[in-house]
Design a protein around this ligand. Sequence first.
Ligand SMILES: Nc1ncnc2c1ncn2[C@@H]1O[C@H](COP(=O)(O)OP(=O)(O)O)[C@@H](O)[C@H]1O
Ligand SMILES: [Mg+2]
Length: 409
Amino acid sequence: MKSSFLSRLLDRADKIDKQQVVDYLVEVAEERDLLRFIFDSMMEGMAVIGPDMTVSYLNRAAADLFGVEDIDEALGKPAQRIIRNRRILQLCEEGFHGLEGNLHRELFLRMENREIYLETNIVPLHLPRNEFAILLLFVDRTEERRVEERLRHAEKLASLSTLTAGMSHEIRNPLNSLSIHLQLLRRKLRRREDQDGETMEILGVLENEIKRLNNVLTSFLNAARSDAASFIRLSPRSLITDTLALMRPDLENEGIEVIVHEEGEVPEICGDPAQLKQAFINILKNAVDAIKEASQTLLEEGRGPGERRVTITLVSEEGQVNFIFTDTGAGILDSDMQKVFEPYFTTREGGTGLGLMIVSRIVHEHHGDVNIRSRIGQGTQVIVSLPMAPEPTKLLEHAAYSAATETQS
Ligand SMILES: Nc1ncnc2c1ncn2[C@@H]1O[C@H](COP(=O)(O)OP(=O)(O)O)[C@@H](O)[C@H]1O
Ligand SMILES: [Mg+2]
């Protein structure tokens, strides 16, 4: 890979003077610095793994991905020591075993403190002297994936609402007619001489079942509903106090301690109080379920009842108010983490799998975000982030305007 300039230089090697060599070296060094600067500014990660699986090159993005601070120190080291991720290492090895063309892979990786989607390309490099290396190119697609996922989720929700609205309409009408006719039947039977208890009992069962069906329909409709919420300014603290008042019986029954903790000053948010309380209740109910599950497991293993605590932290940062619900429950399996917001996903006996879907709908209608972190056997953290209420500028401007007009008159 000699440059034409270099070959010309070599052809005249016996005639060139020292200055020309120095000029050439300076030029090469400058070129090298420029290339390094360009590669280090790229968002894409680049790594070259040489023969014997040693690291020959890393740009800044790749170094960041692998948690390498000093790039120069990493060069020449075995790839196993620098790239500590098993899946990427496997890819490198695949690359060395008879790679003909490019290899394209999408990887979902769990790095130290985050999850990322990496699009990876492996390109074979045939070096001079018959040596072989591979070039790894990485593009971080995490954000795109997240947006796609959200869109998919929204689509699912939309189709779910259409379906439930249609279905409940179709079922409600015959149900109403059934219940009216049952009432007529009851009245007729009452008038007859030979009333027998058993028939009345059967009627009672039928009426109860109809009521139950009606309730199921209502809760499905609630889950899929997306009518415009009515927003007012709300204090995060009092929202939590009101929610806890509603949840008190469930929490006390289970002997669960609740700690509310406000970090610094927490500003107001805008929202529909009834909807937000509904979201927080769903989160707390899940915490109660998870704590029950955890103590069940601990008792079965003969390791005492364990901690039963929910901590609610309110903290504001970057224009957001975070409501952080931390429980000491059973936690969520890694493999379930992707599914918990999906409608009908449940691991609870008698669960509907609609709780978190409703949370997600309500929070998104409030222009917020929900995130979940969990460790099996340690507990779960649900973080609801909602935008702070805007400053009441209009009022201030109005006050300033009237003050100005007053001084004029
Ligand atoms: N705090 C939590 N701790 C452990 N698992 C949870 C928690 N919150 C939700 N989950 C998991 O997510 C699933 C879905 O929750 P949800 O949508 O509320 O439906 P349901 O409570 O009816 O199962 C639960 O079945 C459970 O597996
Ligand atoms: Mg639930």
